[in-house]
Design a protein around this ligand. Structure first.
Ligand code: UDP
Length: 346
């Protein structure tokens, strides 16, 4: 199979490239390196079946050519990470909506199979856990920047499903739930790499809000296997499918586990959301996927335990073998009281 991965130098994209190459596929990646990194794919460059182009999806001729050369397009290029979304909402909306439209348009000419990545963010503030693919989406007000990500991804889903319905372009939509693992950077606010880099640097581990909010973390290898099985199954076209794990953990429990597994002396500190993100920031208390549909289509359930997941991320940060003090900086530090215009956090 010849696979094109947009966002192939990103966290999930680079693991997907690796897995497809391992089974003998030809892999082409297209990545503008806005949030992806050459480092993520450097080890693949000598593989004769691996081809990379560092350019934008906006280069329509290039995109058309690369799509034509492929049997399947994995569209993973997107603006991700709550911090990026809160700080750069225009970029988030434009990247997500325009990018998907360009890919679908290019794929429609020869009806190429498109796997497109959506997110559990689309369930928004719904409290109806576990989230099923046909459940209602409950988004907050448009004045609250966070929801622009969910809305842009929901629009991507509508676009994908409409290309299938109206133009018979085979499209699969997957909603990823908190995918984590080696190579994920904390730069865009994701909690696990942030906690691990903080713990290894002996810096305070920053829990936002009460820490009672929960998430289900899925190892990227499990997520990638689910993705490949969905595409191979031939039964996921025109469907929306949750991809994730259903092992739930609160963020303060996660902080504690990271601290223990990293044998860190870091203290765990709490910051209000206003200070961590922006005034009026809304978080969701629980986010748990129903994995019934994924299992029905693929007979696959994620395997990695939470402990194994945390250990793999710690090992990754340690493997960078940087001298002490140069561990990836705990990048998502809440703003100072002055910047936030509020009282100092506890
Ligand atoms: N979070 C935290 N400390 C951090 C980064 C994130 O407590 O340094 C919290 C965040 O507020 C959210 C959860 O961890 O409740 C998961 O955040 P992430 O950005 O990884 O993913 P989300 O589930 O929000 O998309």
């Amino acid at each position: 199979m010849r696979a094109l991965i947009t966002g192939g130098a990103g966290f999930i994209g680079s693991h997907l490239a690796e897995a497809l190459l391992a089974r003998g596929d030809d892999v082409f990646i297209l990545d503008d390196l806005s949030t992806g990194s050459v480092e993520n794919v450097r080890h693949l460059k000598n593989n004769p079946k691996f081809h990379y182009v560092f350019d934008s999806l906006q280069n329509r001729h290039l995109l058309a050519e690369m799509v034509d050369e492929s049997d399947v397009v994995f569209h993973l290029a997107a603006a991700v990470g709550v911090r990026l979304i809160v700080e750069s909402p225009v970029r988030t909306i434009e990247t997500n909506v325009n990018g998907t439209q360009l890919v679908l348009d290019a794929a429609s000419k020869k009806r190429k199979l498109v796997f497109t990545a959506s997110t559990s963010e689309v369930y928004g503030k719904s409290t109806n856990v576990p989230f099923c693919e046909d459940s209602d989406l409950v988004l907050g007000a448009t004045t609250k920047g966070r929801w622009s990500y969910a809305a842009s991804k929901a629009l991507d889903e509508f676009l994908g499903l409409s290309y299938w319905k109206e133009k018979k372009v085979p499209v699969i939509v997957a909603r990823f739930f908190n995918t984590v693992g080696p190579r994920q950077t904390g730069r865009y606010g994701m909690v696990l790499p942030n906690f691990v880099s903080q713990a290894l640097a002996g810096a305070p581990i920053t829990v936002f809000g009460t820490g009672k909010q929960s998430r289900c973390f899925c190892h990227v290898h499990d997520a990638v296997e689910a993705v490949i099985r969905l595409v191979d199954s031939g039964r996921a076209v025109g469907e929306v499918v949750n991809v994730g794990s259903d092992q739930e953990i609160t963020i303060e429990q996660l902080a504690q586990s990271v601290k223990e597994r990293a044998e860190s002396s870091s203290e765990i500190v709490y910051f209000p959301y206003d200070q961590a993100y922006e005034p009026g920031f809304e978080d969701m208390l629980r986010r748990v996927p129903s994995l019934k549909k994924l299992f029905t289509i693929t007979q696959f359930s994620p395997r990695a335990s939470l402990q194994a997941i945390i250990d793999s991320v710690i090992a990754h940060f340690r493997d960078k073998r940087k001298p002490l003090g140069e561990v990836e900086t705990p990048v998502f530090l809440p703003r100072t009281a002055n910047e936030a215009g509020e009282a100092v956090a506890p």
